[in-house]
Design a protein around this ligand. Structure first.
Ligand code: NAD
Length: 431
């Protein structure tokens, strides 16, 4: 049988076409903090770009025996505070600039919550829904091999992100371990429990969001009990956030995924929606709810809006119509800087991504610590430690916001960029 080479690398980065480049947003957010902190020009140059950017083009054998070439990235933004840490995304719209933005946000996120990591991120341009499970395994193992010059438990530690999960991490851990001849669980986090994963990791991003939302409502006169919540994106971050917020008494009025959204002003039964999604692959079509679009979801009448999908969802074109009083950014980069200014002027409290979704990386850090010690904690221990980190981080950011009269995002950036800048400066320039 002849081998066909199908090269997908020529695809333009259509996902960001006509939309704001997330890396531009990330640099703009950084520069604003740099101005407030009075960072010198040298540090601005160092911190406004990644330390390392790796682009890999690699072949994968498809089930029909053809060969297909994929493009992947691994970026390390800053490693002054510790090894690079950040997820791996599989999506047809992944681009180098998106991965660079996500890596930079990871540096700030780890710094906001005070965990000893730098920022990294990876991605492969692929629509994983179009691959079989065996193709996905071969793609993952080859991508892991291609980026193995950068990753390692003391260098750079990947984790799940959009369209990757604990199985993906198991394949990466196994591939890396095969290369070295012994098991190295600390090379990735978000692994299954049976191979060195941590109790509570799967829910950690959503649980961390819950902890900061609980703190935020205390300052708004709202109560989580009875608060109406809309969640965009019904994956690891969004679906679990909906479940946990409902457990705390919130009414989940709307949820959505790539195919569309559903709305019920009296509240959705999240467990039934989850079962529906498992059976049908989407929340769309769920009985006992009206169909709405993803655009409508962001604008529904609610108290708390949780974007938990992708970047650039809240922009100049819809920010003015958002009715929520609190936005808890489970997703990375869902709000553009222009939209941020509109939301701030409207008095909406935005719990920024680098704080609001930091629960995931915090429990990833706990997983790594447990792997290195080969000593595992109970779920209760993990959740209690997570709560301490999230509540302290919220209050650290809130205090800066109050003292300096800043919005929560800018305050979080001032805290995070200050910490990364200090570490970078203290370590100095070699040689
Ligand atoms: P996931 O793949 O588990 O889920 C993503 C969900 O978003 C899916 O339900 C998908 O259908 C939906 N979606 C995608 N595009 C959409 C769109 N345009 N409109 C509406 N829904 C859409 O991914 P995840 O891990 O939950 O990640 C979601 C976001 O949370 C990402 O921004 C990610 O970077 C961020 N995040 C995830 C973690 C984590 O631990 N998984 C940690 C921090 C931040």
């Amino acid at each position: 049988m002849t081998t066909m080479i199908r090269n997908d690398n020529q695809q333009p980065n259509v996902g960001m076409e006509g939309r704001r480049n997330p890396y531009d947003s990330a640099v703009e957010q950084f520069m604003q903090a740099a101005d407030i902190l009075g960072l010198d020009e040298g540090l601005r140059q160092v911190l406004s770009q990644p330390k390392r950017e790796l682009i890999v083009h690699f072949p994968v054998r498809m089930d029909d025996n053809s060969m297909k070439v994929f493009t992947g990235f691994r970026v390390q933004h800053n490693v002054a505070r510790g090894p690079a840490k950040g997820g791996i995304r599989y999506h047809q719209d992944v681009s180098l600039d998106e991965v660079k933005a996500l890596a930079m946000w990871m540096s700030w996120k780890c710094a906001v919550v005070g965990i000893p990591y730098g920022g990294g991120k990876g991605g492969v341009i692929v629509d994983p829904k179009k691959l079989s499970i065996t193709e996905l395994e071969r793609l993952t193992r080859r991508y892991a091999t291609e980026i193995s010059m950068l990753i390692g438990p003391y260098q750079d530690i990947p984790a799940p992100d959009v369209n990757t999960n604990s199985q993906t991490m198991a394949w990466i851990m196994d591939t890396f371990s095969q290369h070295h001849g012994y098991s190295i669980p600390g090379v990735v986090t978000g692994k299954p429990l049976s191979i060195g994963g941590s109790a509570g990791r799967n829910e950690a991003t959503a649980r961390g969001l819950l902890f900061v939302v609980r703190e935020a409502v205390k300052h708004t006169g709202l109560s989580l009990s009875g608060a109406r919540v809309a969640v965009q994106g019904f994956g690891n971050a969004g679906a679990i956030a909906a479940r946990l917020l409902k457990q705390d008494g919130a009414i989940i009025v709307a949820v959505s995924d790539t195919q569309g959204g559903i709305y019920n002003k009296n509240g959705l039964d999240v467990a039934s929606v989850l079962r529906w999604k498992e059976e049908h692959g989407t929340v769309k079509g769920f009985h006992d709810a009206e169909a709405i679009s993803n655009e409508q979801l962001l604008e529904v009448d609610c108290d708390i809006l949780v974007p938990a999908a992708l970047e650039n969802q809240i922009t100049v074109s819809n920010a003015d119509r958002i009715k929520a009083k609190i936005i808890g950014e489970a997703a990375n980069g869902p709000t553009t800087p222009e939209a941020d200014r509109i939301l701030h002027a409207k008095g909406i409290i935005v719990l920024p991504d680098i704080l609001a979704n930091a629960g995931g990386v915090t429990v990833s850090y706990f997983e790594w610590v447990q792997d290195i010690q080969s000593y595992f904690w109970t779920e209760q221990e993990v959740n209690e430690r997570l709560e301490r980190v999230m509540v302290k981080s919220f209050n650290d950011v809130y205090k800066i916001a109050q003292d300096k009269n800043l919005d929560m995002r800018t305050a979080a950036y001032v805290l995070a960029v200050g910490r990364v800048a200090e570490a970078t400066k203290l370590r100095g320039i070699y040689p």
